[in-house]
Design a protein around this ligand. Structure first.
Ligand SMILES: Nc1ncnc2c1ncn2[C@@H]1O[C@H](COP(=O)(O)OP(=O)(O)OP(=O)(O)O)[C@@H](O)[C@H]1O
Length: 307
């Protein structure tokens, strides 16, 4: 378990991380979200013992990170932002080196290297210098070193940054398929990544925690949650839709002509909307209930902080 209490990091007079407190349990895959400069990487560096906090406490498996960094780091995998260091090494040399540092030996070392190289599909690039690899392959090398010793805690700073859509999908699957008793914290700017991979979402901005709950809860905060989107086949008088019981607001998106009906207090307005359309014989080519738009919630929450 990870337990963080009143964590702060100050650079001069600037507070990059401001009084964060949270706990993460085995089985949690946490999506760590926030705008640029929110304090995600700084928090991750502190969690992994690479940056001392200005104040507050981090305990991992009941040990204090300041007093027991080495013991904790043995059970922890970390993918920092950017590319792996040692650019003149090949991925194979680099991963061998990391395996040695991690104390892997003999058959176990061979097996883990083979498994991880396959997991991140790195086999075709094993003998080229890391500095000559594309951004996506550098990222895979970083990911491979983080999971090589099969750690119980994985801290991944933007693991899918620079990957193409296929690779992104693959890395998300890899994270989901990790054994269920691990703790995983990933920072990302991709909101869909949180719904597809994580069972918990944390949003920080200005170093402060704004939200900590499930991705579904996050989606429910969107004004689009349970909104009805519809598109009419022909121009029609639709003013009556805005007057329907339970409909709070109606917007017409200029570029697409799509009509969005927002419900009052997340009510289910589909039945009244469908009945209205049916009774008047209106021609609709698309009609569906929205799940909530994450980018909308994210913007709304983080804008409040920067105002
Ligand atoms: N060593 C440092 N010295 C001074 N300021 C720093 C240092 N490291 C980070 N900062 C500042 O702290 C703030 C938080 O940075 P951090 O890298 O943690 O943000 P982030 O949420 O990871 O952003 P991004 O999404 O852009 O990676 C930023 O304003 C950054 O400029």
């Amino acid at each position: 378990m990870i337990s963080v209490k009143n964590l702060c990091k100050q650079f001069g007079s600037f507070k990059a991380v401001d009084n964060l407190s949270f706990e993460v349990r085995p089985g949690d895959i946490v999506g760590f979200l926030g705008p640029n400069g929110a304090g995600k990487s700084t928090t991750m560096k502190m969690l992994t013992g690479f940056l001392p906090p200005s104040s507050g406490e981090i305990r991992i498996f009941d040990q204090d990170i300041l007093q027991s960094a080495k013991q904790i780091q043995r059970r922890l995998g970390y993918l920092p932002e950017g590319a792996p260091a040692y650019g003149d090494m090949t991925p194979l040399q680099f991963l061998n080196f990391i395996a040695d540092v991690r104390g892997l030996k003999g058959e176990q070392k061979k097996q883990r290297l083979a498994k991880v190289i396959d997991m991140v599909e790195l086999r075709s690039m094993l003998d080229r210098p890391i500095e000559n690899l594309s951004k996506g392959f550098k990222r895979r090398v970083g990911l491979a070193q983080a999971i090589l010793h099969d750690p119980q805690v994985l801290i991944l700073d933007e693991p899918t940054d620079g990957l193409d859509p296929n690779q992104k999908h693959q890395v998300r699957e890899l994270i989901q398929n990790l054994s269920k008793d691990k703790i995983v914290i990933i920072s990302t700017h991709i909101l869909e990544e949180v719904t597809s991979v994580c069972n918990r979402a944390m949003i920080i901005a200005g170093g402060k925690m704004l939200f900590d709950a499930s991705p579904d809860d996050l989606q429910r905060r969107s004004r689009y949650y349970k909104a009805i989107s519809l598109h009419f086949t022909q121009m029609t008088d639709i003013s009556g839709l805005a007057e329907l019981p339970g409909v709070e607001d109606m917007e017409i998106e200029k570029h697409s002509g799509r009509v969005v009906l927002f419900p009052e207090r997340q009510q289910d307005i589909m039945p009244v909307v469908s009945a209205y359309i049916r009774d008047r014989g209106l021609q609709v080519d698309r009609l569906y209930e929205e799940q909530g738009r994450l980018d909308d919630v994210f913007r709304q929450m983080t804008a409040e902080v920067s105002e």
